[in-house]
Each structure stands twice: as C-alpha cells, then as structure tokens.
Write a protein that binds this ligand. Structure first.
Ligand code: SF4
Length: 343
C-alpha cells in the first residue's frame, strides 16, 4: 500500500517546493507537489515529478562508499564499509596535515540543498576547526550573480514572488519563465487575469513570449542598449520618479549620459528590432503602479528591475520607502542562520 508523506524538495533550488511523496515498502514510488507551501502551490518541475524515484532508487544511485583500487581514471572501485571509508579519510587527511600543515587541506564544497540550517553551516565550522585553507566558494556557483545583484541594487531585498500577481505591468527580461521559473508563471498568470500587461525581452520566442502583449526579440548581448533606450524614452515621457531617484539612486547622471547616446531609433538598429511594433511602447513603459520586477534568477532580475522602474544601475531602497505593505518583503536573512566559523 502506498503511504503518502509530506516532504520538501531537497534539491539545490531556491523554490523549495512542498511535496507529497508516495512511499511503498520503504521506497519512493511517486512524487507530487503539495499545496502546503502557498507559493509553490502543488506545482513542481518535471524532473522531480517524473524522475525522483529513479534518482533515489535507480541503478545510478551511489548507496555506499567505493574504494579506488586501480589508478585514477581506470574506474576500478570496490565496495567498502562506512567505517573503513572514514578510516581512510582520517588517515589521509591526518598524514597531509602532519606533513604540510592543516592549510594543505582545501575545502571545495558549496551549498548543497538550500536549507537555511544546512547550507554552509556545519561544513564551515568543520573546516575552520580543522584549520583548513580558506577558499572563497561563492564563485563556484551563484556568486557572480550575487555580486552583480549587490553591486547594482545594494542591500535592496528581492521582490516577493506573490507581489507579482498584483502588478499591472510585468516585464520578463531574459527569463524563460514558463520553463525555468514555473512558480513565477503562476503569479504572472494571476496578474494577467486582473488585466496586467506582459512584456517579454528575449531573443527567443519562448512560451512566455507568446503570451506577451509585447515581445522584444533582442539580438543576444545587446539588451543593455535596449535598457538605455527605455531610460531615454522614460525621461522623454516624464516617466522618471525624480523624488525616488534623488533619494536612492547613485550615478543617475552618468547613467543617463550614457543612455542618451542610445535613443530608441539608434538602439533599435543595434538590438535587432526590424519591426516598428518592437519599439519600446510608451503605453507599456508608463504603466501605473504597482509595478513589479519578477524573478530572482541570475541577471534577469537586475535587467528586469532596470527596465521596469527606469532606475539607474545603483540605488538603495528600504522597506520604509516601499509602496508595498511593510512586513511583506523577501529578504535573505544574511547570516542569521549561518553559524560563524569557530576556532
Ligand atoms: S522546482 Fe523542482 S527542483 Fe525546484 S524545489 Fe521545486 S521540485 Fe525541487
């Protein structure tokens, strides 16, 4: 008999979907989304829905330690016990430390599952206690995106996903949202049912682009010119929030000076638009508030926010200055759950 158990997706994915896992004879036989998490709301990605039982129990799953017997690359391994595996690791690491010092040990790990308690919590403590070398591990994965985000937005928190559903204008910029950001799509669809406009900036005619009121098929690598053109157009239309800019934006004038070199007509020749319908839409760019910058995936959030708000590439924002209700921000609790390295 299949027993259904409540769970949460353990993969390295920030959505952390709630799951309903069917278990039979101690094995996962079925994985469905559950509505326990109101954001993910029963929708999960295809790889987990269709392949997780195979991932956990299939022949490719590594279930026990393997000890290499041949040379590296020969692929000769034999099964060993956990006790022996730990003994080998202990002996090797101890020998290296004894000969070269603890800093000869280099930790090369990353977040693993995105759990607040597990991510970089015990691993940092362990390697620090060992006296191992320090390695900036952020660039191994999302560090580039994080550096770009904080350099552009400072300590501005991201937009809570659920606020997208209240937006009147949604700009999806460089985000194949219907494939890679499925929980954002639910919010976008809710907003559109309320009459929100959807603009998509993407070289490809993605599914979300097909749903958009305006699709801007930029030539790859040229969307900064499009962003500049939109800023120029917003300025021409009087669509810039100068009070906000004065209070929160750094480098507004240099940014606009660069942008003014690329009015829409010039920009359109660069970013690849051949149709007049691709020109930035005054109606779209001046949509009344609330507006939203959907998605936190890679650089798309930065681009989307710059396009949507017409702000310069560096600004500060605070809860107090938000048009949104206080207490409803998504803000990563930096360091709150991370145990500091201990001596
Ligand atoms: S989208 Fe897929 S990988 Fe991400 S948390 Fe949900 S089920 Fe897991």
């Amino acid at each position: 008999m299949i027993v259904q158990k409540a769970s949460v997706c353990p993969l390295d994915c920030p959505d952390t979907c709630s799951l309903a896992v069917g278990v039979e004879n101690g094995q996962v036989v079925r994985v469905r989304g559950s509505k326990a998490n109101p954001i993910t709301h029963g929708a999960i990605c295809a790889k987990v829905a269709h392949q997780y039982p195979e991932f956990v129990h299939g022949p490719g799953r590594l279930r026990y330690p393997l000890l290499r017997r041949g040379s590296k690359g020969q692929g000769e391994f034999e099964r060993t016990s956990w006790e022996q595996a730990l003994e080998v690791i202990h002996a090797r690491v101890t020998a290296v430390i004894g000969r070269y010092g603890a800093q000869a040990v280099l930790p090369l790990n990353y977040a693993g599952p995105h759990g607040m308690l597990a991510g970089d919590s015990m691993s940092l403590r362990f390697f620090h206690r060992l006296g191992a070398s320090l390695l900036a591990r952020d660039p191994l994965c999302g560090g580039i995106r994080s550096a770009a985000y904080s350099a552009t937005f400072g300590d501005t928190p991201g937009t809570p996903l659920q606020q997208v559903s209240q937006a009147q204008l949604i700009v999806v910029w460089g985000n194949n949202a219907s494939v890679c950001n499925l929980h954002l799509m639910r919010q976008i669809n809710a907003a559109r049912r309320r009459g929100a406009k959807l603009i998509v900036v993407d070289p490809r005619r993605t599914r979300v682009a097909e749903q958009a009121e305006l699709h801007l098929p930029v030539r790859p690598g040229t969307d900064v010119v499009l962003a500049w053109a939109i800023a120029v157009e917003l300025e021409r239309l009087g669509g810039l929030d100068h009070a906000f800019i004065a209070k929160h934006v750094l480098g507004f004038e240099p940014f606009m000076a660069a942008a003014r070199e690329y009015p829409p007509e010039r920009a359109a020749q660069i970013w690849g638009c051949r149709s007049p319908t691709c020109a930035p839409s005054p109606a779209g760019t001046r949509s009344p508030r609330p507006r939203s910058s959907p998605g936190e995936t890679g650089s798309s959030a930065i681009r989307t926010a710059a396009r949507d708000c017409g702000r310069s590439p560096r600004y500060r924002h605070s809860r107090e200055n938000s048009a949104w209700p206080a207490g409803d921000w998504w803000a990563a609790p930096a360091g709150r759950f991370r145990r500091p390295p201990i001596a």
